[in-house]
Design a protein around this ligand. Structure first.
Ligand code: PLP
Ligand code: SF4
Length: 387
């Protein structure tokens, strides 16, 4: 499969990258301990460009950065435009100012009801369990919370009690769906996670628990049998991950997905549309069809939010339309994600419709651009037509 990366020792230049014994490579805690977060460590994996070195230096005191050796191993050591590298190595664009940028354009803070609960939709909430991530994605939509050195919604209270958050959920029985996010919830050890998940399970009105985690992409070794067995004790549990490029689909990530599925945890994916990373039809088609191959169901394609430090990744909405029209009808129907813009008023579907209203009914078009008229007499449009 494209992007397969079974070997963890050097790719292009066997003498250049470190060789890591399998016992260490397969241990997620080893990767967490050995995260790349200095120029010196990065040079073991990449030939850094002057721009990257400058952005790393400028990040000091402003933005966290950290890369698991696993994710670093997927990067092209010689190509600064490598789509994996662009997602994780600081870049000068993060320090530019863009019109309309904001640390919280989607209004998480406005809907934050407790330290961790964001209640924006009536029947479901997100629970910000942590601010920590294995890799600080440069395009993180919650960059203020996860990556900004002076950020985080928690201040000094990251490890504090969940009692108030759980009480809020229990006192709002209309909440039937709780999405654990952050940061990355799987940054916590299994024991701590199980405390949170069983605390939610003890609330009768909570029907489904969802986990948003990028570990299957950034450090798939984290998805151990032990973790999956724990999650399976609290079903129904769903997991959504975040693959952005076909190069991220590896033997290890496919195996992590397989472990989740075997334990009955359905796996979905959200992709962010990112300039220079996945903003072309061919890349997106490959990504979506490769996801289907590893049995991950594409869920959302997010238009990149105008977040401070992220805006250099934004594309036009027309680019999003072009991509959606390159997917719809061209690949398996359920391989096509929904293209949405996240706003203060919620996620809004953004794809162009395949029909227009005409005086006589509807004008339809298909994925090949062919058009067809549908007559009101044959297909009533209004309830009046139907009578
Ligand atoms: C995205 C999001 C959800 C979940 O929305 P779905 O469309 O059900 O996946 C819930 N709450 C907030 C604040 C969100 O941003
Ligand atoms: S793993 Fe998710 S929450 Fe963490 S930095 Fe990446 S996109 Fe943001």
């Amino acid at each position: 499969m494209p992007g397969t990366h079974g070997e963890h020792d050097a790719t292009a230049d066997p003498g250049f990258r470190p060789r890591i014994p399998a016992a260490e490579w397969d241990d997620w805690r080893w990767h967490m301990r050995k995260r790349v977060n200095t120029t010196e460590k990065a040079r073991r994996w990449l030939r850094l460009t002057p721009d990257e070195e400058k952005a790393i230096a400028d990040s000091a005191g402003r933005y966290r950065w950290s890369i698991t050796p696993y994710y670093a191993s997927l990067m092209d050591p010689d190509d600064p435009a490598c789509p994996i590298r662009l997602q994780a190595v600081p870049a000068p664009g993060e320090f530019e100012r863009f019109p309309g940028s904001d640390v919280d354009p989607v209004g998480d803070t406005y809907y934050r009801k407790t330290n961790r609960v964001v209640h924006k939709y009536r029947d479901r909430v997100i629970l910000l369990v942590t601010e920590a991530c294995p890799v600080y994605c440069r395009h993180c939509t919650r960059k203020f919370h996860t990556t900004d050195v002076s950020g985080t919604y928690f201040r000094d209270d990251e490890g504090g009690s969940f009692d108030e958050d759980l009480r809020y959920i229990a006192e709002h029985p209309e909440i039937r769906d709780v999405l654990l996010t952050g940061g990355d919830p799987l940054s916590y050890q299994d024991g701590k996670l199980e405390e949170i998940v069983s605390g939610l399970r003890a609330i009768p009105s909570v029907e489904i628990i969802r986990i948003g985690s990028r570990f299957p992409v950034l450090l798939p070794q984290r998805i151990t049998d032990g973790l999956c067995e724990m999650l399976a004790r609290h079903h129904p549990v769903w997991l959504n991950t975040h693959f952005n490029h076909p190069k991220e689909i590896t033997e290890e990530s496919a195996a992590a997905v397989d472990r989740l599925l075997r334990h009955g945890v359905p796996v979905g994916n959200q992709t962010v549309l990112l300039r220079g990373i996945n903003d072309d039809v061919a890349t997106m088609r490959t990504l979506m069809t490769e996801l289907l191959r590893i049995r991950v169901r594409p869920y959302y394609l997010y238009h990149c939010d105008n977040v401070t430090g992220v805006a250099h990744f934004m594309t036009s909405v027309e680019k999003g339309w072009e991509i959606m029209e390159g997917l719809q009808g061209h690949i398996t129907g359920f391989g096509v994600p929904q293209y949405v813009l996240t706003t203060r008023i919620g996620k809004v579907p953004l794809a162009r419709p395949y029909f227009t209203r005409t005086p006589d009914g509807l004008s339809l078009r298909n994925h090949r651009g062919e058009e067809m008229a549908v007559d009101t007499a044959a297909y009533p449009i209004t309830e009046r037509d139907a009578r």
